[in-house]
Design a protein around this ligand. Structure first.
Ligand code: PLP
Length: 412
């Protein structure tokens, strides 16, 4: 009986995986995917009810062939646009040569990428991992090793990831509470240098901050804030970790968010936009701490592998060739100006193409209505929309999104 059930379910799975269901309509295929997902995937996500099958530039398409302008970009990941030909080509070429070796051996792409990141940031060395949370884990471990201390100071409304270590520095209590005990940060109001100075002591291993808070609702600090944070850390002998997972790779109209303040951190955490859509994370360390991690102190089986490193090099190349950092600055200014003209907002804020729109209306509801009109948006809370389109986005696409938002606002 048991064996029979097993065979049956295995056959069922094979059938679903192999039959392209060509006679089903797009919406029927979508309904089937929603059902299969519910039965087979752990239910940690509140997903939008669309089934995406293709992307190009700042657009994606669902199974019915419906086109959407993508102002989410995989959550600030697809900076060079969906399926950028340079990234696709680099992945295809590298996949034929060598996909994975582990870090037991030398490979060239990892070294070339580390050199490229050094040149772009002025940092000293790179360590590669596979996600934003992992990059924060590495940074927190390094800070402990460097200082012999364990306390962390982070900001109210911060987001640094969901692993047991990074979760301790993530502000939202609902994310942390079910998983205590954690090593939890002292949280201080963002953009408040006095509160930061009061919280940092000789017990502090690191202060971890986003140059612009992302998940917290696109919060841009005052110009002097990161500089003040740098001084507070220096006075206490604590490390300054800048979490550039979301602000990196042109997102804020500069290569990295730190450039708006001119501050050099001890550790930079990177991920999201680093590899053209493939999963990768990294920390970059300043020269003063570049020998803190010794052989055996940290590691990752996949980190900085040849395939993902090829994608990252190609993506960085595309950002340079297409002047996407400058474009982020220009299009971001255009988007904010158009929103300010057309939308009745409490606040329109951001840097480059990292834009927050604070509204009186329910933003999750606006996200639903915009999707029905072919625009993908993300709400970071009930009253803030976050717009982080691919940096290749054009004025026509921006105009269309602003128009759709205006129409939604004028609806009863
Ligand atoms: C998304 C994000 C993370 C976590 O990245 P994952 O790849 O999801 O682990 C960490 N920090 C910031 C600022 C982020 O935006």
């Amino acid at each position: 009986m048991k064996a029979e059930t097993e065979t049956k379910s295995r056959e069922g799975t094979d059938e679903m995986a192999q039959t392209p269901n060509l006679d089903l309509s797009g919406s029927e295929r979508a309904a089937l995917i929603f059902e299969r997902e519910k039965a087979a995937v752990v239910q940690t996500y509140t997903r939008q009810p669309i089934f995406l099958v293709r992307g190009s530039g700042a657009r994606v398409w669902d199974a019915s062939g419906r086109e959407y302008i993508d102002f989410v970009a995989g959550i600030a990941v697809n900076n060079v646009g969906h399926c950028h030909p340079a990234v696709v080509g680099a992945i295809a070429r590298q996949a034929k040569e060598l996909i994975h070796t582990s870090n037991l051996y030398y490979t060239e792409n990892q070294v070339s990428l580390a050199e490229e990141l050094k040149a772009l940031t002025g940092m000293d060395r790179a360590f590669f991992c596979n996600s934003g949370a992992e990059s924060i884990e590495a940074a927190l471990k390094l800070a402990r090793r460097a200082t012999g201390r364990s306390e962390i100071v982070a900001a109210v409304h911060s987001f640094h990831g969901r692993t047991l270590g990074s979760l301790g520095a993530t502000y939202k209590a609902v994310y942390r509470e079910p998983f205590r005990p954690l090593q939890e940060a002292k949280f201080v109001p963002f953009d408040d240098p006095e509160a930061l100075a009061a919280a940092v002591s000789k017990e502090t291993s690191a202060v971890v901050l986003e140059p612009v808070q992302g998940e917290g609702g696109v919060n841009v600090p005052s110009p002097g804030y990161l500089r003040a944070a740098r001084e507070v850390c220096d006075d206490a002998g604590a490390l300054l970790i800048l979490d550039e997972v979301q602000t990196g790779f042109g997102r804020t109209g500069t290569w990295f968010g730190k450039e708006h303040s001119g501050v050099m951190p001890d550790v930079m955490a990177l991920a999201k936009g680093i590899a053209g859509g493939l999963p990768m994370g990294a920390i970059l360390v300043a020269q003063s701490v570049s020998d803190v991690f010794q052989r055996g102190d940290h590691g990752s089986t996949f980190g900085g592998g040849p395939l993902v490193s090829a994608a990252a090099l190609a993506s960085i190349g595309a950002i340079k060739d297409e002047r996407l950092v400058e474009r982020s600055e220009e299009m971001g200014a255009y988007l904010r100006a158009r929103l300010a003209e057309e939308i009745d907002a409490i606040d329109v804020r951001g840097l480059g193409l990292m834009v927050g729109v604070e509204l009186v209306a329910s933003c999750p509801e606006i996200v639903n209505r915009a999707r029905e009109r072919g625009v993908l948006l993300n709400a970071t809370s009930d009253h803030v929309l976050r717009m982080v389109p691919p940096l290749v986005v054009g004025k026509e696409e921006i105009d269309r999104v602003v128009k759709v938002l205006g129409e939604i606002q004028r609806e009863p």
